[in-house]
Design a protein around this ligand. Sequence first.
Ligand code: CA
Length: 522
Amino acid sequence: MLHYNQSTMLPRFLLLLLLVTASACTSGDRAAKRPNIIFIFTDDHTAAALSAYGSAVNVTPNLDRIAQEGMRFDQCLVTNSICAPSRAVILTGKHSHINGQLTNGNRFDGAQQTFPKLLQTAGYQTGIIGKWHLRSEPTGFDHWQVLIGQGPYYNPRFLIPGDTIRIEGYTTNIITDLALDWLENGRDVTKPFMLMYQHKAPHREWHPGPDHYEMYADVEIPEPPTLFDDYSNRASPAAEQGMTIARHLNVTDLKLQAPRSMNAEQTALWEEVYGPRNEEFHAANLQGDDLTRWKYQRYVKEYLRTVAGVDDNVGRLLDYLDESGLSDNTVVIYSSDQGWYLGEHGWYDKRWMYEESLRTPLLVRWPGEVEPGSVNNAMVSNLDFAATFLDLAGVAVPSDLQGRSLKPLFTTDTPEDWRTSHYYHYYEYPGYHCVERHYGVRTERYKLIYFYTRDEWELFDLEADPMELNSVYTDEAYAVTVTELKAELARLREQYAVPEDERPTGPCIPNERGAPIRNPQQ
Ligand code: CA
């Protein structure tokens, strides 16, 4: 599709000249027109905290610009809802059991094929700035400045080729500064580029930037309807995890000791440290659900403040693209490594195959190609990103990739043979938050989950039970559905060549912040 033009207003000879010039383009000219790609990526950003998706808790005007000027995907599902594994899936276009990054504990094998390497070979300049989180050094990038491990929210140290550098300030702002500097001064302007601009935010422990300390100070954030989920009518793992707002957020997360009964001496000491403004908390002496509500407000406000920092900085990037003239030929893609629980089911964190962490935001802007304000409801995945980037660059997609290019969905209708089921597999148990290993299949209407080390199943009818509160696995009315979904699950496991998971498992008991207690038997 051409950009909107006013050719009818041009003198005829000029129009002819344009046509002749266009037809005389060499392949080199066409290559020069290959689009730039900017992949804006965050860590743990749920669609429920993005106003383009109808957030009830915040507004994100800059991220919304990408949706308003492009396409919003409503069913982007991850294959393994955890940080490092998702990044490895994106780089390789392959499931965790193929790329080797089953859990956060693995070290990414950077010798394998990745889409940045293939883009490099095809003449793209490739860069990654910000969070990497794959332990090994980045490969396939002409330019890289990455946080070490999780990286802090303030005064971060970056790993660069052969060295490290420490920069003072707020990490979300600094990552943007570095990205803008590379775009303006660092890149080779004769080549198209692919830049991965990747934030740490809004990952735990949610330290806001100076511009957002007081944001939401006088506001009460709405609670999700499942904040006090009791985990009945489901398999055993949902009740046994360690990621509740009620019991697994500590003083580091909340930035304040949760109010509780203290004797006079403790109260005096506490007030000496934190000041009398917290007397109201002593007076309230919160317990039970009220205490959980207080923690929810503390936690969710900090989370949303870090999202606001991302949103402001995405605005800076989009403004730069406009001012520099890069917007027209740059595909801007926004996503996060997975979804997140913003209090749904009483939780924070991710990991489960339930909707809040299975779904991740996906917004795509490509001026002149993607229709502004469009919405796509096809079942897409982070498994598809690598093939998409290659396709956008005109690079042949290797046959061993397990995802499929989304480019046709950007520009035309969803292909008729697009997938109608999605395979999911979570491995990190025992591990943080003690979420049991599981795999499963999701279709438009149903979700079948298998906790395979316990031989327990769940089935959710998403149409009748969109919040997934009532497994109907043993309900006779769904017997045929169970049979069909098990067959589909087996088919997907064969298609993706999934081996049996034979690693030793459990036990796993979480401590007060959700970390597994070592040697719980002692
Ligand atoms: Ca993450």
